[in-house]
Design a protein around this ligand. Sequence first.
Ligand SMILES: NC(=O)c1ccc[n+]([C@@H]2O[C@H](COP(=O)([O-])OP(=O)(O)OC[C@H]3O[C@@H](n4cnc5c(N)ncnc54)[C@H](O)[C@@H]3O)[C@@H](O)[C@H]2O)c1
Length: 256
Amino acid sequence: MAMQGRIALVTGAGSGMGRLACRMMAAQGARVAALDRDAEGLAATAAGAAAIFSQQVDVTDFAAVKAAVALVESTIGPVHRVYHCAAIMPLGKLLEQDNATVHRLMDINYGGLVNVAQAALPAMVARGAGDFISFSSLAGWLPMLGVGAYNASKFAVSAFTEVLYHENLASGVRFACVCPPPVATPLLRQGFDTGMPKTIADIEPIEPQVVLDAIEAGLAKGEFWIFPGKGARRAALMRRLLPGLCWKGIHEKEGY
Ligand SMILES: NC(=O)c1ccc[n+]([C@@H]2O[C@H](COP(=O)([O-])OP(=O)(O)OC[C@H]3O[C@@H](n4cnc5c(N)ncnc54)[C@H](O)[C@@H]3O)[C@@H](O)[C@H]2O)c1
């Protein structure tokens, strides 16, 4: 198996797709460093899995992320795969969301990626091997009413990851930017608690395993952009080719 004997580092490992990725890679014979700010979530992820080592880390704290990566490399070994999942998704109209929340979205969703990339990638690039998997979203392509601040953070994730990939094309490290539609994880609850627009609420979420399977398949084929599930790639393409039509549909759906 691809991850047998390898070392993986997963952020957002205390829930959802990060947790599933930890368990999947541990089951494949990897040793997994699980990072999250949520200690309880981490404990649940690591429960019963001797190959999952958890560290409570806030991805917005660059010194803490660097220390966590250094600890993994010195105690477990060189990181082969990074799965950067940590993110938040409070929603709301841009002029109604409080200022601190809009900034926090960018700090965690975009700033966290910057920190994890700068902490983990230089050694991977120097070794000339590994996989760097960055979680954007379909929301990193398609702006929607009531999703603006999350959209902005995920557009930033998409752009940062794309340039990172191109700047390191010859490095031997594989890069993937994952852009899922809604996925059945606790993240969606944050959206419903703060005001989920119909544009998202009316979509049946896909299962997290579908996303992880699409990542494995995409990596094997050397794909950078990964759009799991049916329709996500088409929606992103629609946005690029026919943005006015997309907005018309969104306004009709939301009724304003
Ligand atoms: N669930 C969806 O519908 C969906 C759709 C598209 C993209 N995504 C993206 O997929 C990724 C994984 O999402 P998920 O659905 O598994 O979410 P989730 O809410 O289940 O898990 C996210 C984890 O990130 C952690 N986290 C949040 N802020 C952190 C911080 N500052 N430092 C460390 N950890 C922090 C949380 O504690 C949580 O354990 C995210 O980047 C998300 O934006 C999710």
